[in-house]
Design a protein around this ligand. Structure first.
Ligand SMILES: Nc1nc2c(ncn2[C@@H]2O[C@H](COP(=O)(O)OP(=O)(O)OP(=O)(O)O)[C@@H](O)[C@H]2O)c(=O)[nH]1
Ligand SMILES: [Mg+2]
Length: 262
């Protein structure tokens, strides 16, 4: 998911970070003002999404060829340390540089951050996981274009600002050897806690059902002691009524037959 960076659409953003596993905070390497505005975005993320892992992305690397380096590496790495960001990566949606790598990294980092119990819907089965990833940052840094380059494998030069958000789903394969033993253990732990949670939920449901049945039985026996005999009386009353109806039908049939014989 990526969210529009236009600050005039601020009111849209309240729930965008809900359930997110990782955030890519993006700035434009060719526009230092977008880098200077990162603090505002960082603070907003911390308020709305707590201690969520963040990866810093400097996009439009291709423009450095003609414009030169406008934001020094030291300045960027200072921000990475100051905000305890997980990583810094430079991309170009135009050339495709590091786009796939960025999402592979995010998938792996999200997997490394899996908790016990996991977030709702995060674990599909022991080998398939679903993570919500958010691309955030100032306007026109390339959030939509990065997503389009990843999904459609094509670059769009035309700028169309995102109002609110844009979402897409992509599948990434992480090789077994890329996952450390430690991460495998935390996946197992998360899976087991989920298993336990499901079992607990089922047991609670079963107990609730049994209790409901018990209450009903008790209600019959205690609150209405004559209830069962009353039921029986009702039943025999209905049987008796049925018998009378059948008898009436037989009598009518005999009368009709006798009439037709005459
Ligand atoms: N040269 C170059 N241009 C890029 C790159 N990525 C995006 N652009 C251009 O930058 C402009 C803005 O890109 P968008 O992807 O629409 O920006 P955004 O971050 O989604 O902007 P908002 O939706 O307003 O928040 C477009 O004209 C893109 O073509 C890049 O890597 N290199
Ligand atoms: Mg956009």
């Amino acid at each position: 998911m990526e969210i529009g960076g236009q600050e005039r659409f601020e009111f849209f953003k309240s729930d965008f970070f809900k359930g997110a596993s990782i955030i890519a905070l993006i700035f434009d390497l060719a526009r230092p003002d977008t880098f200077d505005r990162l603090e505002k975005y960082y603070n907003e993320i911390r308020v709305k999404a707590g201690n969520i892992p963040i990866i810093l992305v400097g996009n439009k690397k291709d423009l450095e060829k003609e414009l030169g380096i406008l934001i020094g590496k030291k300045k960027i790495l200072d921000v990475v340390h100051r905000y305890s960001l997980l990583e810094y990566i430079e991309t170009s949606a135009l050339s495709g540089l590091n786009i796939k790598k960025l999402f592979d990294k995010m998938a792996l980092l999200a997997l490394m951050d899996i908790r016990s119990p996991p977030k709702l819907g995060q674990i599909i089965d022991k080998e398939n996981f679903k993570f919500k990833v958010v691309l955030a940052g100032p306007a026109a840094v390339g959030k939509t274009t990065i997503l389009r380059t990843l999904v459609d494998k094509e670059f769009t030069e035309q700028y169309k600002l995102t109002i609110g958000l844009d979402t897409t789903t992509q599948t990434f394969e992480i090789l077994d050897e890329e996952i450390s033993q430690e991460v495998k253990e935390s996946i197992d732990k998360a899976w087991n806690s989920l298993d336990k949670l499901i079992k607990e939920h089922l047991t609670t449901q079963m107990i609730e059902t049994t209790q409901t049945e018990t209450v009903m039985t008790q209600y019959d026996n205690t609150n209405n002691p004559s209830g069962s005999s009353q039921n029986r009386r009702f039943k025999s009353k209905y049987n008796f009524l049925g018998l009378i109806i059948i008898l009436i039908c037989i009598i009518i049939a005999i009368v009709i037959i006798l009439n037709s014989l005459n």
